[in-house]
Design a protein around this ligand. Structure first.
Ligand code: ATP
Ligand code: MG
Length: 361
């Protein structure tokens, strides 16, 4: 019997776990690695093994070095380039992909010049390490907001975008340079953290071509292979890129319930150079992130719900799972969401209502 193909994952969080899950039916052994584990272990890496990452940044450790220096570490140079918002935004400018106007905050940056250029609210973002809205700092002219000394050289400043809504697109590029995309996803963020997603929405279809052209240009420009996610602001009839993730992405989790080939399988197929066709959408879907909440098995009684529980310690603000609900008809969706509202705490009431208001399939 031939040996299974092996894909190592730098990192062992929920994305690595879901990649493993997706690899099983393809006979791909996906091996997430806890790079922080104190270890002098020599990983049994073979020459034809494939290496990917579930995060764009990682501390150097014996284990991370073994993975990141392997010749088949796919997209190796891309991670660092996108992990730093300065180089990420520079790339978008170079490729002429529309993004929120920005500049580097360095020792010479004058806060009044920022207010003059971008308006009375300016968002500073740490160059590295930010996620789920962490590493952000609003400068407000009305409050005489100043640039903290330890943000100089370490942050970019961005114009506050008065967007209509937030959307994202997940796409894939193969070794041959072919690209495929899922339909645009509508996302709701609360306090900088993704709460819910809805896809596909007929009303977003007119923006699909623009989204694909943007992400296609980026993946092409990076000679990228695998799945990439692009978060955008919709402003009127156009998109502005907010940020890029060189990996499977939370706003693509709905594809597990809604498509014949989810983003995890798509990523593995691309990495392993297996055939890929346009992913087919079987059902519209909604996804609810489970954040700092205990597992409730009543969720499993909903007729259209699929639970992904990450088995992490529950802490406030921490993503501990997600629920996918495929939408077979409007009545079933309404009944399931209404039921969830009665079971879930206060901070879920607005996101669940948002789903009902927006799930217009
Ligand atoms: P992620 O967890 O997705 O990596 P993040 O914390 O790294 O997120 P962003 O996605 O850049 O950072 O920002 C988080 C949220 O903050 C966005 O989804 C959006 O709601 C808001 N935001 C970001 N940039 C802007 C901006 N320029 N104007 C207005 N709102 C913004
Ligand atoms: Mg984001």
């Amino acid at each position: 019997m031939a040996n299974n193909k092996r894909v190592w994952v730098l990192g062992n969080g929920q994305l690595g776990a879901m990649l493993s899950h997706a690899g099983q039916p393809l006979a791909i052994d996906v091996l997430p690695v806890d790079i922080m584990a104190p270890s002098d272990e020599k990983l049994p890496l073979a020459d034809d093994d494939i290496i990917t990452a579930e995060r764009e940044q990682w501390p150097e450790s014996s284990l991370s070095l073994q993975l990141s220096t392997h010749k088949n570490f796919i997209n190796g140079p891309v991670f660092g380039r996108l992990a730093d918002r300065y180089t990420q935004k520079s790339l978008l400018d170079e490729l002429k992909v529309a993004t929120a106007p920005w500049e580097l905050v360095d020792n010479d940056t004058d806060v009044n010049a920022l207010y003059g250029k971008y308006g009375e609210r300016v968002l500073m973002k740490r160059r590295t390490g930010g996620y789920d809205g962490k590493g952000q700092h609003w400068l407000k002219q009305a409050e005489n907001g100043q640039i903290p000394a330890d943000w100089r050289g370490e942050a970019i400043a961005e114009q506050a975008i008065n967007f209509d809504e937030e959307v994202s697109v997940v796409g894939v590029r193969t070794h041959n340079g072919e690209c495929f995309f899922y339909p645009l996803t509508l996302n709701l963020h609360q306090d900088g953290i993704l709460m819910a997603s809805v896809s596909p929405l007929p009303r977003l279809a007119p923006l699909q071509a623009e989204a694909e052209a943007m992400l296609g240009t980026i993946m092409q420009g990076l000679d990228y292979v695998g799945v990439m996610a692009m978060e955008c602001f919709r402003v009127g009839d156009h998109l502005l890129v907010n940020e890029l993730a060189p990996r499977v992405h939370n706003s693509g989790h709905w594809t597990q319930a809604g498509t014949h080939m989810d983003q995890f399988q798509l990523h593995l197929r691309a990495l392993c150079d297996l055939p890929i066709q346009q992913p087919q959408v079987n059902f519209p879907c909604v996804m609810v992130n489970l954040i700092g909440i205990d597992k409730d098995d009543r969720w499993l009684s909903l007729p259209n719900a699929e639970l992904f529980w990450y088995a992490k310690e529950v802490r406030p603000g921490r993503k501990v799972g997600h629920l996918n609900l495929s939408v077979h008809n409007a009545a079933m969706l309404e009944s399931s969401i209404t039921q969830l509202k009665s079971w879930m705490p206060e901070q879920y009431q607005a996101p669940l209502q948002w789903i009902l208001d927006n799930a217009d399939f």
